[in-house]
Design a protein around this ligand. Structure first.
Ligand SMILES: Nc1ncnc2c1ncn2[C@@H]1O[C@H](COP(=O)(O)OP(=O)(O)OP(=O)(O)O)[C@@H](O)[C@H]1O
Ligand SMILES: [Mg+2]
Length: 305
């Protein structure tokens, strides 16, 4: 059965270079390969997810910037990744200016708060217009806790946090967890942490092992079992404008992202099943068949390697 609303996931970490974009692009391609309908929204002015999906930022003159300003809809500006098969709302450098313009929207002095909330709801309402067309919407956030990242966190139902297992990583993670709590308290009560994914992992590195153990202790089942190894194909793929699962599907990096997508689908199927069980226990006889109309078989799932 086809889902009626997509799962909207922001991929965020204010720390730069931890693998947000690599995760967004490869997860989008992996989910697409598993017959999911995927939209990637590039919220980063750097536009790496756009180019990594094989799209030319300069050739596309319509992008997420116009969507955030409310001038265009997602249907107006999206393009299909020629290499990955999923849809993309591309980024542009103009987005760097959007940080300022968004808060300046109607009248900076007197209506800053209103403007902020208008701006923050823009992506959310833009996504709601195309909701029936996708199973997953993935939002690639920039390396900051800026208005653009906040916009992503407000539009999302959940956040995936890619992180490298190194010394300062845990500190940065607690800042992000605080931000998620604040967003939940003030702006988006439904926001949850989908999971933390260990990226560029080197199992021979003792520090990485220790940080990984700390993560498991603090975050329990919020830590994805799938670990993304450091892998040259993942680093090379963007220069070909391709996700690694298209460049070299058998590479360790590609296999890891396929496994991550499988784990994501499996977890979601389990939590839907739990919700359905709860509803069946709570609901009077005969009232249960309307539940879980989002259920979708997890076909083509690849098991963790
Ligand atoms: N698992 C990996 N193995 C090898 N290289 C990787 C891996 N993941 C990411 N990289 C490389 O590390 C660099 C940073 O990755 P990426 O751009 O995905 O991080 P980011 O968090 O999106 O960065 P930014 O904060 O600038 O947006 C890139 O050159 C990317 O190709
Ligand atoms: Mg990035």
């Amino acid at each position: 059965m086809t889902r009626t609303t997509p799962r909207i996931i922001a991929i965020a970490n204010q720390k730069g270079g931890v693998g947000k974009t690599t995760t967004t692009v490869n997860l989008a391609a992996s989910l697409h390969a598993m017959k999911q309908r995927v939209l990637l929204v590039d919220l980063d002015p750097q536009g790496n997810a756009t180019t990594g999906s094989g799209l030319d930022k300069r050739a596309l003159n319509q992008n997420v910037y116009q969507v955030l300003l409310g001038e265009k809809t997602i249907a107006d500006v999206r393009a299909t990744s020629p290499s990955g098969g999923y849809d993309v709302v591309s980024s542009s450098r103009d987005l760097a200016g959007a940080e300022v313009e968004l808060v300046e929207l109607p009248d900076r002095e007197t209506r800053l708060k209103d403007a902020l909330s208008t701006a923050l709801s823009q992506m959310k309402s833009a996504i709601s217009e195309i909701a029936a067309e996708y199973d997953y919407v993935l939002l690639d956030c920039p390396p900051s806790l800026s208005l653009l990242t906040l916009n992503g966190l407000c539009a999302a139902q959940a956040v995936i946090i890619p992180m490298q297992c190194e010394y300062y990583a845990l500190e940065g993670l607690s800042d992000l967890v605080q931000t998620v709590r604040k967003v939940r308290a003030h702006l988006n009560p439904k926001l949850e942490i989908e999971g933390i994914v260990r990226t560029m992992f080197d199992p021979r590195n003792l520090l990485a092992q220790n940080v990984s153990a700390e993560l498991a202790k603090h975050f329990g089942d919020k830590l994805f079992n799938t670990v993304i190894p450091r892998n040259i194909r993942l680093a090379e793929a963007p220069s070909h404008g391709m996700p690694a699962i298209k460049l070299d599907p058998l590479s360790k990096g590609a296999q890891a992202y396929l496994a991550l997508a499988g784990e994501l689908l499996r977890r979601e199927a389990q939590s839907r099943a739990r919700a359905q069980n709860l509803a069946q226990t709570a609901a009077p006889e005969g009232a249960s068949s309307a539940q879980n109309n989002n259920a979708k078989p997890v076909s083509g799932e690849v098991s963790a390697t």
